[in-house]
Design a protein. Structure first.
Length: 555
């Protein structure tokens, strides 16, 4: 394969980012020809080599000759090469990060691929339960998402974001906008997951990391071209949308979660911006937000939520209430205009804001349904799920709501949740788009909160999912009437503890075994019978370590 990379150095003209795309496209054609000419159908060759080995071994049983022994060794060597190629292909198709101990061409890989193919197959059902054809699903998805990702009118966020202070210094802006070094670009390539699914150009992280010495100059030049102000060409910014069902039998496109498969070249740009932005996130994001901020943990939210909710039954005027807020397709609805306003209010200079805007805009999508791709439309809003910088940008935009709720609490427009940790003055807990609000159930306070939420949705592009948002109150008789009043005022469904929060049960009082049954079932599913049966001994050990390592996250 390295021989095909010799044409990489052939001269090209144009902007560095266009040159990178052209060289990748030229190389892809050469690699396809090389693959067929060199490897061919190695599965067919494997069968032929195995048959040849069987014949030669049979000959040796009756006629021991040195030339037959030599031919046998050559056939075995060719078979090992085919097995190696097949193993690499199976590993790539299975995409299992934790497999390190060898399970060459084992039934395990085939089983994983079969399960993945079944689970990743996009199926949509008609109202009568019949499965729709792929071309029908594809066209429905194209029509839905080409309309969904269009920008929607929003109000001016000026007054709402007035509570956001300017926190970024000139020195921090200078560091954020500095020209990337060769080492910084290489670090971004090395850190990104090489096994992640490729974008439309077909190149994965493995190609970039293994061929770095050859392609380094052009990749670095493309990155620097972007930092000099060049617009990302459509050939690099385009992405494939694949659909993951939210329910077992989806009947509309709203029942799917769109995941973007971006080109690796675009991920490099995004990763560099993300790593730089991560250095200032702890300074600009409110303490109530713990998602994707260095030094903050999901455990903080879980522990604090349990401590606060334990006082839900406290007898006070208005009563204690908690609201679990759910935003519908939160990442996909982010208004770029609103995000830019928030970034500017935080003190980011226009050079950095321009870098961010060029990274998230000029985004063109195609939709892939069961390996059938169609459509080509431009997005006018939203952050790509799967893009390295999307989580950071989302929590920056969402922090405007966090600061506004804090101001309502400090200004006594909403009364605080009463409990043993009053001195902490915790009015809400955010983990990315998971929002839990604690407050007094006084109807005036509830109306003030709903007014704030309405203003936030008007300017940010977000939409409250009332069917998934819930109201938690005391189940004692003294709160029954008040709970009904609040539920009517908010439109949220009343829920009784325990409720799921960040994938663990949120409850008051003593922990009961059945609270955690769903969590236990998830881990048992990870260690399902077919996995343990089909793995080698080393593979079983690695699987066990992988599952046990994730246990402390929810302990």
């Amino acid at each position: 394969m390295i021989g095909n990379l010799k044409n990489w150095s052939l001269p090209c003209s144009g902007q560095p980012m266009n040159i990178l795309h052209f060289k990748l496209k030229r190389l892809l054609g050469a690699l396809k020809d090389w693959n067929w000419a060199t490897l061919g159908d190695f599965r067919k060759a494997k069968i032929q080599h195995q048959h040849e080995i069987d014949l030669l071994e049979a000959d040796l049983q009756t006629n021991w000759r040195e030339d037959i022994c030599i031919s046998l060794e050559e056939a075995r060597s060719k078979l090992q090469v085919c097995l190696g190629h097949e193993e690499l292909l199976l590993q790539d198709q299975a995409r299992i990060d934790w497999v390190k101990d060898g399970d060459r061409n084992s039934s395990f890989y085939h089983a994983v691929i079969k399960v993945k193919n079944n689970s990743s197959r996009t199926m949509m059902f008609d109202e009568d339960g019949t499965i729709l054809k792929d071309d029908v699903v594809l066209q429905r998805a194209i029509d839905h998402f080409s309309d969904f990702f269009q920008a929607v009118p929003s109000t001016n966020p000026g007054e709402f974001i007035g509570c956001i202070p300017s926190l970024i210094s000139e020195e921090q802006n200078r560091c954020l906008c500095a020209m990337p070094s060769d080492e910084e670009v290489e670090q971004a390539v090395c850190v990104l997951n090489p096994q992640s699914a490729p974008g439309p150009d077909g190149f994965t992280g493995y190609f970039y990391s293994h061929c770095w010495l050859i392609i380094q100059h052009d990749v670095v030049a493309a990155v620097r071209d972007f930092f000099l102000g060049t617009k990302i060409p459509t050939s690099i910014s385009t992405a494939n949308i694949i659909l993951f069902p939210k329910i077992s039998k989806p009947t509309s496109c709203q029942h799917f979660r769109p995941i973007s498969l971006s080109n690796f070249a675009h991920k490099i740009l995004s990763k560099i911006l993300s790593d730089r932005l991560a250095t200032v996130l702890p300074l600009i994001i409110s303490r109530e937000q713990t998602g994707f901020v260095k030094g903050r943990s999901i455990h903080e939210n879980i522990s604090l939520a349990h401590e606060i909710i334990s006082n839900i039954d406290k007898m006070i005027t208005g009563g204690n209430i908690a609201i679990k807020l759910d935003m519908s397709k939160a990442y996909d609805r982010v208004s770029w205009r609103f995000l830019i306003k928030v970034l500017h209010k935080l003190g980011f200079n226009w050079t950095w804001i321009d870098l961010i805007y060029r990274a998230i805009s000029n985004c063109w999508y195609s939709v892939t349904v069961n390996r059938c791709r169609g459509g080509f439309f431009r997005s006018g809003r939203g952050l790509r799920q799967g893009d390295p910088i999307s989580p950071a940008l989302f929590i920056i935009a969402h922090d405007a709501l966090s600061r506004h709720i804090s101001n309502l609490s400090l200004g006594r427009h909403i009364k605080n949740f009463s409990g043993r940790i009053d001195e902490l003055n915790i009015s809400h807990l955010f983990y990315a788009d998971d929002s839990l609000i604690f407050m007094n159930g006084d109807i005036n306070c509830v109306e003030a909160l709903m007014h704030t939420l309405q203003k936030y949705t008007d300017i940010s592009g977000q939409v409250i999912n009332y069917s998934k948002s819930s109201l938690i109150t005391s189940q004692k008789p003294h709160m029954s009437v008040q709970a009904d009043i609040i539920a009517t005022a908010t439109g949220f469904t009343k829920a009784a503890l325990p409720i799921p929060y960040l994938a663990v049960p949120l409850f008051r009082g003593r922990a009961k075994f059945h609270y955690f049954q769903e969590l236990i079932n998830k881990f048992e599913k990870k260690l399902s019978g077919w996995k343990s049966r089909l793995l080698s001994f080393g593979g079983k050990i690695t699987l066990l370590k992988s599952v046990l390592t994730s246990l402390p996250i929810h302990s």
